[in-house]
Design a protein around this ligand. Sequence first.
Ligand code: GCO
Length: 499
Amino acid sequence: MSKKVSRRTFAKVAGAAALGSAAVPLVAGGASPEPCITVKSLGGAAAAQDDALRAFPQGFIWGTATASYQVEGAVKEDGRGPSIWDTFSHTPGKTVDGATGDVADDHYHLYKKDVQLMKALGVKAYRFSVAWPRVFPNGDGQANPKGLDFYHRLVDELLANGIQPFATLYHWDLPQSLQDRFGGWEGRETSKAFADYAGYVAKQLTDRVKHIFTINEFGAFVEVGYRWGVHAPGLRLTGLRLNQTRHHAVLGHGLAVQAIRASAKKGTKVGLAENITIAAPVYETPAHVAAAERATREMNAQYLTVIQEGKYTDWYLKQAGADAPKFTAEDLKIISSPLDFVGINVYTPQFVRASDAEPGFVHVPHPPSFPHAPSPWLFIGPEALYWGPRHVARLWGAKEIYITENGCSSSDVPAADGKVYDTDRVTYLRSYLTQLRRATAEGVPVRGYFLWSLMDNFEWADGYTNRFGLHYVDYKTQTRTPKLSADFYREVIARNAVV
Ligand code: GCO
């Protein structure tokens, strides 16, 4: 060890030693490629402690997620009716490169192979969505048993491979007929039709499906589809019409919870999957933490807050003024029908700091240099996976929480050997899971995690340009290739720990 140690290298070594890291060969001053200093593994008790710091609770459910229109294809098969996403994606200029979900991953035909991908990962659960227009081609009226048959086959295949099915009933593919006749979620009739469909599916599937999510992401399909016009049905509602649409979405959820409870087999658990807006404190002082909690409650007032509390917050109603939604006391009771669990989709935090002025917090926007994934909205803030579940547990006393989505897009270019070395995704996942681990270690009751997504798929208005999969999909051949992140996730699952 006679080689020179520069000040920078010394700092690294000292830091690593202080952290108790395992054998780390370091190169002195960058002058020589040979290792010159090795920090000894502490071994024994320290190593065991390190392992414990990475471990998740026993029985933690590791899964992956997809959604019908994003993966299935087969849009005209077995009596499926058109959905608002068929119409929207076939309207010129609405999606990147005019992409549609006509074929997508052809999961409708390749589901058995896809279940084998899951098995190879070692996942214990799979979150998929049922396409409403397969089951009720017009949204209501006559059911189409052939459409539901696909989900019978899928569920049987999952169970035969030791994978628990978790079914979402609405992941945005609204039957077009409901949009045409009632304005989609703008009309109360759609909430009612959703409940009928939910009860029907629950009756058919709950002998085998024990976890049902009513709706995926109120905060996305209403805001992006009915307010910003960027997703189907491409509307730009404002004022009372927008607030009423929001209200009908949560009402549809509540009615569906009741319908599922009335028709499902005993032991069925019901919840939702919301992309809750997660306020994270700019830094962790009691004042900013309290502000983040307040902010989370207010920023989700029209969705998760009213579902959990059975009332719209005073601040929301005050801001909405004359445009506040019209509702009855009975509506609020339905909307807040008790749930068995809460699912949250977690991607990015919204930073806030405390303020003396009403409502007690202010947003701190992301500066342009804030790191983000290729999806421009996906700011990388691992702490979202700590604060999200923690807020849900503290604000509303949730006893069973699932992370129903978390993941990231990446440029994902296959290397010469055909493999995709998505070290950015691995880094993202490791950082986020470390924060989730912080939450479970503090006793936040997170029972499972569903990585978005099993494989690359139709990313809505972004078409096929933003890939989120653990498996790379060659859309020309429908070949799936595991990425480095799939190897990573397999290890996480096998060890039940961050790796
Ligand atoms: C959503 C979803 C998924 C997305 C994923 C990545 O909210 O958009 O539930 O369908 O593909 O979140 O954007």
